[in-house]
Design a protein around this ligand. Structure first.
Ligand SMILES: [Zn+2]
Length: 326
């Protein structure tokens, strides 16, 4: 199998694991003969094996632009190798993360276990206890695009092949697809946290609650933990801990259908999803539940600030990604 096909297989596998990737989040890339192939913005990694979701970019041109802080790095569309681009899609909004890691293969995931550490005030120190055997760096939170690129550049060292992105996720890199997958497995094993059991769901009660409304019960049992876990709503109802949450669900979690939110967590009962909600909505709700089931009462969590949220929702490249969600 040629290398790009092996990347597609790995991407589909990683993209199908809800503890690593949710909806259109996460991305993979391969650098080959000066071309960096990266997942297209708005596409789902789990589809990588069944359709072409990779966009070719001029890697050296991106690095040169990053050196001069060129605003073109916000979307990286100017660096697409149009002569090779069969899809016509735009590159991932996280292209700069991949460009700055020198290794040939980069896998970036919104790993639930990593996020459960990366949203803590003491995240860097606590991760250092677990990642001591890795060449890793902690990158304090910055909005993807140029700000995140600058944050990575200021902490990047030769040999680093694992990045933990504060209030965001994980990136691993290696020179082969196989080595990248192996490294991902080792890092995830090192950061895996105990998970609180989710309460049993009273499906009959949820059916009754949603009957005759524009809502239906969430499909996955894990999503309902958003409403039944003792800490999920307590910590997450009014806060945003990582970018994709606010992009898809807004600030916090709705607990009533006032205003027709796409997802409603009915405290103590379960989660309802609006019938016409985008497919990303339930995976995003489940992600917060999965993260919070790995949090303890005393954990010192740090949410994104109002300014962070504004910068995310008003970023043009993010608006484009949203426009692709149907
Ligand atoms: Zn990300």
């Amino acid at each position: 199998m040629v290398e790009r096909d092996r990347l597609r297989t790995l991407s589909a596998r990683v993209g199908s694991d809800p503890l690593l990737v949710q909806a259109a989040g996460g991305n993979t890339s391969l650098k080959d003969a000066g071309v960096m192939w990266i997942k297209a913005s708005g596409t789902w990694l789990k589809d990588a094996a069944s359709r072409d979701i990779f966009v070719p970019l001029d890697h050296a041109a991106i690095l040169a632009a990053l050196e001069r802080g060129d605003p073109a790095c916000e979307s990286c569309t100017a660096f697409v190798r149009t002569d090779l681009n069969g899809t016509g899609l735009r590159p991932s909004i996280e292209t700069t993360v991949h460009a700055l890691m020198p290794q040939r293969v980069v896998v970036h995931v919104h790993c639930v276990n990593t996020i459960a550490w990366a949203i803590r005030a003491d995240g860097e120190q606590r991760l250092a206890e677990r990642l001591g055997g890795f060449d890793w760096a902690f990158i304090p939170y910055a909005r993807p695009g140029l700000p995140l690129a600058a944050a990575i550049q200021s902490r990047m060292r030769r040999g680093v092949n694992v990045l933990v992105l504060g209030n965001h996720g994980l990136a691993v890199a290696a020179d082969t697809v196989e080595d990248a997958e192996a490294l991902l497995g080792k890092v995830v094993a090192a950061v895996t946290r105990p998970v609180r059991t989710a309460s049993r769901i009273d499906r009959a009660a949820l059916d009754k609650l949603s009957a005759g409304t524009a809502y239906k019960p969430a499909a996955m049992d894990e999503t309902h933990a958003l409403a039944t876990d003792p800490l999920a709503l307590k910590r997450g109802e009014h806060a945003v801990f990582y970018p994709d949450h606010v992009v898809f669900l807004g600030v916090g979690v709705a607990t009533s259908s006032d205003g027709n939110p796409p997802l409603v967590a009915v405290p103590g009962v379960g989660v309802l999803i609006r019938e016409d909600a985008k497919p990303a909505i339930e995976p995003m709700g489940r992600c917060l539940a999965d993260v919070m089931r790995r949090i303890e009462e005393s954990d010192p969590l740090v949410a994104l600030t109002d300014a962070d949220v504004d910068r995310l929702v008003n970023w043009d490249a993010e608006k484009y990604r949203q426009s692709l969600e149907v």
